[in-house]
Design a protein around this ligand. Structure first.
Ligand SMILES: Cc1ncc(COP(=O)(O)O)c(C=O)c1O
Length: 387
């Protein structure tokens, strides 16, 4: 049988983004035994790197959970909530809905604060509701990939700290692409993934947990409704060599390398690179005559939502871009489906060559479909914006 030979793609969608070569090499390294002293050192370094990237030096635990990023979110919710307890969720996109679904599935009484897609939740409303309701836990997405919007967390974090409410933040998109300051914002459980701005493959969730959160998951009255994703058990497993058999060692090595590359570049330098790439992309899209979706003041630098021009076949353009240029951009969810494209500038693709490739490809595809646009203006505008 022929070896697997997947096509090469430039992944400029909502994630996964292309993984860094160094990370792929780490993934291909020979697996180690779980109690190998070298493995022990690697895990300790991995925890330390996760604390640094999340800016969570006070975290009681920093670990990886097997599974997609949502396994990390489910682990946090399932392990902290007992049936009938109140959870307040801020919802301003698809991944806020996911938090509601996961919390409800584990028996929470879910209360919501909603915002229209394209804007963040009002930080004041969210903080006020925490003070009124005093839920066991508040959960919110820090940057929602479905809308490209970032949610300010300071006021919510302060309200949670004052009321003894646990705060869970989904940093799957934001980590490595813009500021994430877990301790300063009083976040008790932060969940990240490798596949967006960290330059790794999908399939592992990174978590930092505060002392309050670890106490909540270890001192609960009833057992959580999941054994595999029970965080009390997973924290213990992380510290106990012979109990670690469930974690994929290649994925841990990939995470170790990805976080090392982020720290090697420097957090602020990396956030600035994502800013520069999104600015170039946005100037290019405007130069082409396309318009953006969402509140520009709260837009994140790693994903850009652009309106599909009137009468253009949204899916047809994406399919043609993939077939002719090998470039992936993404459709949108829910109320935005068919109306916008989502273009990512994440990790290794937060760079001018990737931006110019997607602009050039999109322009050629739209022009081939008879869309009137200023030919050549996109690439020129992006180059000019990047200095
Ligand atoms: C903000 C956010 N949270 C959570 C997830 C879920 O990640 P996964 O698909 O790895 O479970 C995603 C994936 O796109 C995301 O963008």
């Amino acid at each position: 049988m022929a070896p697997l030979d997947p096509p090469r793609r430039l992944l400029m969608g909502s994630g996964p983004s292309n993984a860094e070569t160094r990370v792929l090499q780490a993934l291909a390294a020979a697996p180690l035994a779980f109690d190998d002293p070298a493995f022990e050192v690697m895990l300790e370094e991995l925890s330390e790197r996760a604390r640094q990237v999340m800016q969570a030096p006070r975290a009681r635990a920093a670990l990886a959970v097997p599974g997609a990023s949502r396994a990390g979110l489910e682990a946090a919710l399932a392990s902290a909530i007992e049936p009938g307890e109140r959870v307040l969720v801020g919802v301003y996109g698809h991944f806020g809905e996911l938090l509601c679904t996961l919390a409800a599935r584990h028996g929470a009484v879910v209360e919501r604060v909603d915002a229209e897609w394209g804007t963040p939740v009002s930080p004041e409303d969210m903080a006020r509701r925490v003070r009124q309701l005093r839920p066991k836990l508040a959960a919110i997405v820090h940057a929602d990939t479905s809308t490209g919007i970032v949610q300010p967390l300071e006021a919510l974090g302060a309200a949670c700290r004052d009321t003894g409410t646990l705060l869970l933040a989904d940093t799957v998109l934001s980590l490595g692409g813009c500021e994430v300051a877990i301790d300063a914002w009083h976040v008790d459980a932060a969940v990240g993934g490798l596949q967006k701005c960290l330059g790794g493959p999908p399939g592992l969730a990174l978590l930092t947990l505060s002392s309050r959160f670890v106490a909540a998951v270890t001192e609960r009255r009833t057992l959580p409704r999941t054994a595999y994703l029970d965080l009390a058990r997973l924290v213990h497993t992380w510290q106990t060599p012979l109990a670690r058999t469930e974690i994929s060692t290649p994925m841990l090595m990939a995470a170790h390398e990805a976080l090392g590359m982020v720290l090697g570049e420097g957090l602020e330098e990396r956030w600035a690179r994502h800013e520069r790439a999104s600015l170039a992309l946005r100037r290019g899209l405007e130069g082409m005559g396309l318009s953006r979706f969402g509140d520009a003041e709260h837009s994140v630098p790693m994903i850009t939502l652009v309106r599909v021009p009137e009468g253009v076949d949204e899916g047809g353009v994406r399919a043609q871009l993939l077939a002719e240029h090998g470039i992936e951009i993404m459709a949108a969810f829910g109320p935005l489906r068919g109306r916008v494209w989502r273009i990512g500038t994440m990790g290794t693709n937060a760079a001018l060559p990737s931006v110019l490739a997607v602009l050039g490809g999109l322009e050629a595809v739209l022009a081939s479909r008879g869309v009137a646009l200023r030919r050549g203006a996109a690439v020129d505008a992006a180059r000019a914006a990047s200095g």
